[in-house]
Design a protein around this ligand. Structure first.
Ligand code: FPP
Ligand code: MG
Length: 302
């Protein structure tokens, strides 16, 4: 995480401003203290970092309005994680007890919904139909991805199905952050290009996240991993392709091969992202975006 912090140190002020916007938004409603702490806990804010670096690399500056949009996407991310942790039976999130542990599953459901509806309420104030459409469609896709994953529990998807689901679950919110920020300032000239970058970056990020989950033996207090939840991600799909037992030893040829193929998949989407970034004008933000992409590929996502 230190390496990551170094990379985004050049946008520290903007990230602080995203945090301040989140504080302003949640100060509008009553929330129990533990919940505010969860929402305000310093997190990676990778979606915001990605969008800020893109916009500063292309346009030189980012506006307050755009940083407000990023705060809203971070809040959607938090609401989705609160629900995700109920589904996954997670015990911790960001090294602290998960909301479902602090408040119980029933309250965690309504807390996630409450935060989500607060986001939509704040979004209306922008009075921008394109922006509203973007957020609503994106929420639909995220929920569809999560629903598909749930419906297909304990089944092996094809790699193509797995990528499509990852696009919905994860790339969508990277897209909403970046395209939302661009639309809020009427910066329409790079939309298609921005969508492509966000799509590839998001898939790379999710596959890496899944590989870490696969390789980490979660301790009891962290909760279950994807496989234990019946969610079969890239490494397991590759293991299954060769009709191997999925509980093979970690030093077996099949295991090492499945990890290698997953890493190749991460690098494939990483390369596509880097190719798109290469057309940016040369500046420190472009370099930081390149480093961010490299760091996701080789680092620990947490
Ligand atoms: C984390 O994935 C989860 C998501 C990217 C999406 C979760 C979406 C929902 C639960 C639908 C409800 C949505 C809203 C907006 C309330 P992961 O489990 O791979 O990541 P992790 O390892 O961090 O848990
Ligand atoms: Mg999860």
């Amino acid at each position: 995480l230190k390496k990551y912090k170094d990379i985004i140190s050049i946008i520290e002020n903007e990230i602080d401003s995203v945090d301040r916007n989140i504080i302003d938004y949640i100060n509008d409603i009553f929330l129990p203290k533990e919940l505010s702490i969860f929402l305000l806990k310093k997190s990676k804010k990778i979606r915001s970092s990605f969008a800020i670096l893109f916009i500063k690399a292309k346009y030189g500056k980012i506006s307050d309005k755009q940083l407000k949009i990023l705060a809203l996407t971070e809040m959607i991310h938090n609401a989705s994680l609160i629900h995700d942790d109920i589904i996954d039976e997670a015990k911790t999130r960001r090294n602290e007890p998960a909301i479902n542990i602090l408040f119980g599953n029933n309250s965690a459901v309504i807390i996630g919904d409450y935060i989500l509806s607060l986001v939509l309420k704040k979004l209306i104030n922008f009075e921008n139909t394109k922006l509203t459409n973007l957020f609503i469609n994106s929420l639909y896709e995220i929920c569809k991805g999560e629903f598909e994953q749930d419906l297909n529990k304990n089944k092996f998807p094809t790699i193509e199905e797995y990528i499509k689901k990852s696009e919905r679950k994860t790339s969508e919110l990277f897209k909403t952050a970046l395209i939302g920020a661009l639309l809020s300032e009427n910066q329409q000239d790079n939309i298609v290009f921005a969508e492509k970058i966000a799509e590839n970056f998001g898939i790379m990020f999710q596959v890496k996240n899944d590989l870490i989950d696969f390789l980490e033996k979660k301790s009891d207090n962290c909760g279950k991993n994807d496989a234990e939840n019946g969610i079969f991600t890239a490494p397991l799909i590759y293991l299954n392709e060769n009709n191997t037992q999925i509980d093979v030893k970690k030093d077996s040829k099949q295991f090492i091969n499945a990890v290698k193929k997953t890493e190749d998949l991460i690098h494939y989407y990483g390369r596509k992202t880097l190719d798109l970034i290469s057309s940016f004008p040369d500046n420190i933000y472009k370099n930081a975006l390149i480093n961010l992409c490299m760091e996701v590929q080789k680092g620990k996502n947490d």
